[in-house]
Design a protein around this ligand. Structure first.
Ligand code: HEC
Ligand code: HEC
Ligand code: HEC
Ligand code: HEC
Length: 337
């Protein structure tokens, strides 16, 4: 609940996280299987009842995973979060690499080297493979995205790199602009043709999953600006926001209701569109504009955790870091006379 975006959605979709026996459609709230694994294992919904419930995905949630059952049931349907795993109640599981060093020795628990889980995607997939809402509309699908690209790309190589001999546990993703910027390569080429400029912006997804991946409201957009000799803005690709007036420069997942109007993830009944970059895709954006007084063109790529319409639910200044678009790539061209 410390994550304000998750907190708001959870309260809206499920209810009070401080109350016991909360049900959704008569069932235990599925969210907790991934977001609060310790509470899910105990079948509890009051997340303040024990500190470990509130910790979300804590050390023990991962380091007791002993086997991955897979997310797809043979009878159809999905096993989500803790349901996709078997857990050990007597022994901490780990990669086995630092098995003999003091930082992996525990005075109470036995340690088990389990590289099949801890050196592979299995340790992530129970929670990150895919999830649908109650109308069977896909929300998160990082696992499926990977499956359609490299097959056996290892999540850990990027999300848990070994630094000074230790696995970096920061688990950076959308909340780190620095991490996001590693996923995109942007270049720009300009060709003068008489009085016009033909601009091509090339965007390459460096990743084996979508760019951006994950939560369905993550999005990326590009703005192109023309400056004159004095540095004044004389041309823009978008007056307001690309979602309004330059849709080709908008990389997003659009969910809708039966009538085709935009709908939030819990209520969506259909996918209206998906313009995110597919694994390793390169896409070109073309602009043709009058050269006029333009001496410099600048393309900027921005990343947002939330879609523009959702930002209103997270008023500044409290949520400044969640609603401010982050610059993830910049490309500039000088236009000579
Ligand atoms: C999201 C799952 C996850 C969580 C949460 C997690 N770990 Fe890990 N941990 C791993 C994986 C996977 C590895 C193996 C990485 C590798 O060897 O490439 C690992 C490796 C380790 C190692 C072995 C030494 C090393 O650096 O290789 C230690 C010790 C460790 N974790 C401690 C912790 C502690 C303490 C916490 C809580 C603060 C924690 N882990 C939380 C998944 C997790
Ligand atoms: C028990 C379920 C679970 C497991 C196992 C798990 N995760 Fe997660 N992970 C989550 C949840 C839930 C969140 C979202 C937390 C939030 O933002 O409220 C998350 C968040 C993340 C994020 C950050 C996304 C952001 O918003 O910035 C990354 C990156 C990530 N996980 C990678 C991994 C990797 C890599 C592994 C395997 C080593 C892994 N996770 C294992 C449940 C899990
Ligand atoms: C080549 C490096 C690389 C590999 C391999 C990789 N990722 Fe990522 N991942 C990134 C980068 C960079 C981002 C930030 C851009 C984005 O969101 O696509 C990211 C973002 C994410 C996020 C954040 C989504 C959000 O909502 O903020 C999650 C979750 C995630 N990856 C999970 C995985 C999982 C699970 C695997 C393995 C199946 C994996 N990644 C493999 C580099 C990688
Ligand atoms: C299969 C595991 C799983 C289930 C079930 C699940 N989530 Fe998540 N959720 C994740 C993961 C993993 C992330 C973060 C990484 C990503 O974006 O893929 C996430 C991210 C989120 C976010 C975005 C958080 C942010 O920082 O932007 C919200 C909101 C959210 N989940 C709400 C819910 C709600 C509400 C439910 C129950 C109706 C639910 N989730 C069920 C795995 C799950």
């Amino acid at each position: 609940m410390k994550d304000p975006i998750h907190g708001k959605f959870y309260k809206a979709v499920i209810g009070n996280p401080e109350q016991e026996d909360i049900k959704k459609n008569g069932k235990y709230p599925v969210c907790l299987q991934c977001h609060a694994p310790a509470a899910a294992k105990d079948g509890k919904t009051n997340l303040t009842a024990m500190p470990v419930y509130n910790e979300g995905v804590n050390c023990v949630a991962c380091h007791t995973i002993s086997r991955f059952k897979g997310t797809k049931k043979t009878t159809g349907g999905l096993r989500l979060g803790t349901q996709a795993y078997e857990f050990s109640s007597t022994s901490l599981q780990g990669p086995g690499t630092n098995h003999t060093t003091p930082d992996w020795q525990h005075p109470i628990f036995q340690n088990t080297a389990n590289p099949d889980i801890f050196k592979s995607n299995a340790v992530c997939m129970g929670c990150h493979d895919q999830r649908k809402n109650s109308n069977k509309v896909a929300l998160c699908q990082t696992g499926d995205e990977i499956a359609t690209s490299d097959g056996d790309t290892n999540c850990l190589s990027c999300h848990m790199p070994t630094i000074n001999g230790k696995a970096d546990h920061s688990l950076l993703g959308g909340h780190s602009a620095k991490m996001v910027s590693k996923g995109l390569l942007m270049t720009m080429a300009t060709v003068k043709q008489g009085k016009t400029l033909n601009v091509t912006i090339k965007l390459s997804n460096q990743l084996p999953h979508n760019f951006p991946t994950g939560a369905p409201f993550r999005n990326v957009y590009i703005k192109l600006t023309g400056y004159d000799k004095q540095g004044q803005i004389v041309w823009v690709s978008s007056q307001s926001h690309p979602v309004q007036d330059d849709k080709k420069a908008m990389f997003m997942y659009s969910l809708g209701d039966a009538k085709g109007n935009p709908a939030p993830p819990p209520k969506a009944t259909q996918v209206l569109g998906d313009t995110r970059l597919k694994p390793h895709e390169t896409r070109e954006l073309n602009y043709t504009l009058a050269k006029g007084k333009i001496t410099k063109l600048k393309a900027v790529a921005y990343y947002d955790l939330l879609l523009p319409a959702m930002k209103k639910k997270f008023p500044k200044p409290e949520h400044k870091d969640l609603v401010t678009s982050q610059i993830i790539a910049v490309s500039e061209n000088m236009i000579d006379y």
